[in-house]
Each structure stands twice: as C-alpha cells, then as structure tokens.
Design a protein around this ligand. Sequence first.
Ligand SMILES: *[C@@H]1O[C@H](CO)[C@@H](O)[C@H](O)[C@H]1NC(C)=O
Ligand SMILES: [Mn+2]
Length: 590
Amino acid sequence: MIFRRRGLLKYLFLIPALWLIAVVLFSLRSSTQVQPDVNTDQGELILKTDQNKESSTPTLINSKSSKDNEEALGVHEKEKLAKNKHPDEDHPQEERDKARAQAKEMKGQVQLMPPDKKENLKESPGEMGNAVNIDKDKLTREERVKFDAGWKNNAFNQYISDMIRLRRSLADIRDPECKKMELHPNLTDASVIIIFHNEARSALLRTVYSVLDRSPSPLLHEVILVDDYSDKEHLKLELEDDIKDLKKVRLLRTSKREGLIRARLKGAVAAKGKVLIFLDSHCECTEGWLEPLLDPIARNPKVAVVPIIEIIDDNTFHLVSTPIQNIQVGGFDWNLIFNWHVTPDREMKRRTKKTDPIRSPTMAGGLFAIDRDWFDQLGMYDPGMDIWGGENLELSFKVWTCGGELLCAPCSHIGHIFRKRSPYEWPKDVNVVKKNTVRLAEVWLDDYKKYYYERINNDLGNYGDVSDRLKIRERLQCKPFKWYLDNVYPEQFIPGESLFFGEIRNRGNKEVCLDSQEVEESDKPVIGYPCHGQAGNQFFLMSKINEIRREEKCLDYSGGEQQLNQPNKLVSFSCHSMRGNQLWDYEASS
Ligand SMILES: *[C@@H]1O[C@H](CO)[C@@H](O)[C@H](O)[C@H]1NC(C)=O
Ligand SMILES: [Mn+2]
C-alpha cells in the first residue's frame, strides 16, 4: 500500500516538477540537472540538484558526515553515507542562494502536495482533530486482522492512525488571549528531539510533520529522530526514504537498546539548536505550540518549560483540548511517583495574565523545552539511570533547587496519545524504576529520602555510584530539599509533620473505628468497623493542612447537605489539597 501510494505521488509531482525544471534551468543557465525539493518546512520551496536521481538506494539526507551520526550508524549505513553526501554540498553556495531566491519568488505559484494522500481534505478522516469511528464488525476478515494487530503492537488504534493523513489539520485550540501574547523579541532556535522504539509509521511521521508544519522556520533548527534500536522493517530503509526530502530532519540510531534516558542523551549531545525540546514519538503539535515554549527561556535561560499535554484518544484519535483554567501542575508522592494536581490558588493569584506561565513543582517528563547550555550545566540526565522512570523528578528537583524554574506554558498545546499499557518489552531481571528512584533519592532528597525508603522496606538494592551526581549538586550550590518543599511545593504532604496519627474511634461506641479498606482505589466507602489495634486499614494521619489521610488518599465527604445522615458518604479519595470536602477539624476537648 505504502509503496503504491508513493509511486502515484511521483506522478503528482511531475507536472510542477517539469515546469520548475524548465524555469530553473533557464535562470541558472547551468547544465546541472535540477529537481525541486518540496520542503515541508513552512511550505518553503527549496531547490537542490540531485546526482542520485537514478539510484533507488535511499540516502540519509541531512546526516552529512558528523561524527555523532557515524557513531549512530552501523558499518553498512556508514558506507552508504560516504557514497551519498548531501546533494547540496558539492554545489557552490552562490548558486544555491540564487536558486533559493528564485524558488521563494515562485512560492505562491507552486502547489504543494501533501505527502500522503490527495483526497479532499474535508472528506479525509480525522481532519481538524476530529474522532474517527469505524465499526470493526463491518470490516472484512483481513481488515479485522490488521485492526487487531494494530492494537496489539502499539497499544493504540494503529488502524485508525493509518487512515488519517500525516498532515491532518487541527483546530486552533488556543485561548484567544494567546494569539495576542507579546513575545520576547529575541527567541532562539530549537532542536526538537524525538526518541522512538518500534513506533507506528503513521504516528511517528505525523509527529514530525506537525513539528515541521507548525513551527516558524527560523525557530526550528532541526528535528532529531533517535531510533532506540527498533526492529520493525518500516523503521529501517523505509523510514530513511520517508524523511529524505525533509531537510531539517536527522536520524540517529542507537546500536543497542538504550532506553529513553540514554537515547535522549544521545540526541541532546548531537543537537545544535540553542534550546532542546523533547517530544514523544506519538504527538501532534498544534498551531502556535513553539513560541510559548521558547518565550520564558528567552527571558531566563534557567527555566524548563512544559506545554499543555492534550489527550489524543488512543481509539478514535480525537484531540481533546483543556481550557486554561483547568490546567494541572505536577507533584509527586513518597513512592516518588509523579502525579497531577489542581493548580494551587496561591499560584493562580501570583499570575497577572491568563497567558502567564504557571509554576509547576515537577514535570511529567515526556514533553519539555530547556536551554541546551543550562541542561548541560545541570548534568543533563543521570546516565546511571536505566531505560525510564525517575528522570523526570530528578530534572524537576535540580531545575528548582539549582537556581531555575519549572514552568507550564498555558498557550502551548501538544496532543499526545495516552496509552493504557506499554506495548514494549522491558528487562525483567532488574527493577529499573526502583534503581533509578533510589539514585534520585540519594542525590537530591537529603533526610526526606527516609519516607521513600520506608515504602520500599529500606531495601535499596544495588543502585551504583552516585558520587558524580552529588558533585554536580555541590558545584551548582543547589539548595537543600527542604527549601524546595517549603517554597516550591508547600502543599506536599510530609508524613513527619503530621499533627496527629493513629486510629479514629467512635465516641459513642468506643469499640468502633474508622476503617478504610482500599488505599489503592478511589471512591471506596470508609466504614465503621470493630477496632483491631493493628493500624493498617485503621491507621490515619492528620496532615498540617487538616486532611485525614493515608498515603495519597484522603477522607472525603462525598454527599450533599440533604444526605447528611445517609450511609457510605465518607469515602477515601485522592487528596487534592484544596480543603473543601477534605477539611477536618480536631477538637482536643472532645
Ligand atoms: C534583543 O537583541 C538585540 C540585539 O542583540 C538587543 O539589542 C536587545 O536588547 C535584545 N532585546 C531584549 C529584550 O533582550
Ligand atoms: Mn508517550
């Protein structure tokens, strides 16, 4: 299918191509064969000579011969690289400039073809970010097999992803205020780094095109794809062919499975833009996504900025948007797991405009922008961390304690396919997340690490050597973790600072205690149960902001005024630190 479509594409290009060749040959008075390179970057048309036109071997365009790239490639690819240098390189600069100027003039007259389909945009599925619904039962048997395989391999509906154009349109979901935002005049350019492992072709390329199509050209230095050792055929030569005309896109490959953290490090080291932006390989950037990420960094290079992460439905690919007032910020629990919170009132009051960035204690980790030099000074990621997990909190803690800020840009919206499971295999012999998290706690948490260690029974396992990371903390004179808790995340529940702890007995019937069976599940009724004195389900803490809680679950009154005397209105619910239904008083006299 893919090849047939692309075969057709050649003919679609042929008419403007022939026309262009004629014009350019005339203007350059050159005997060199020239072919248009439809660069998707802002629809700008750039001409290049193509010496490899007859060759069907895909070339690694944009890889040039940089050391980083050569390291990333196997011997086979290296040979190919040597043979197929970037076509632009053997051409005098002067001539290239002239050709570009010419091309620019003609821009308005040249029709750009979308790279995937020629269908009427309005009829194409999923345009404007809309949902695509198909009835699986109406598919042929073969199509149903494809449908099921798509889900199995990706943990999202690849069948529908493949139906949607790579350059589908999206609604402009920004708040109207965002379009009037006064941007810093000196925004710098960015390298967008996308790590992937066995990603579906349509999801990966849609991510790339959404970046190319919706970024102002001067602000986008390059897009670096880092293949973390995929074994799917469509990500080998076919991918190189897919991106060969995308001038700003470079492809690096790891030589073994490195995991997200070390693959990102590889991309960061190779990047040349002033700002690094990390994206997942199944995203869609919406209109105006880039500038609000760069703006806070232009004002203060020591900030890291996250976008609003919008949900792309894993089944229908509907892109759903969040109004600014519902933006959540990042926190963490004492298992050192990231979680979301409603933006605290104090932060809403500190901001003066709807479009002002929102301070966030932590980041989710998948999507963010950071100044390259600042990231470097911070020691980037901890290379002793494996694969995935804990790296987002490590970066959050060090950005804040080492003199920076972590901000959420309310005008930058990026869609992301949230999956319900990971479709990939991970090593089963080591507990990767625990190793990473212990390293995080050892380096950054000071005495507070005990709360995490209590939760893993003080079994730290072999977490390697963290002395290099401690040196970074010392060199940058980063503030203690207590400073972070007091100033950046005062809502955080600190078990040792509880007002009271123990069981909660009924005054009338002293044999009955409050008992909450499920800590794991929200919305479970909290019941009266004979006191057993064994703590466990009957153990509660009263936090300094007057919640009655255990771990991340708080005692929550879920009924209305009229229902006061009905049973089961006390539930155990995720703590929200907004008081309200979770505010309790303790009267010492009673
Ligand atoms: C932007 O850059 C120009 C030229 O370097 C400089 O004169 C100007 O002060 C800068 N503007 C701001 C707001 O930093
Ligand atoms: Mn993801």
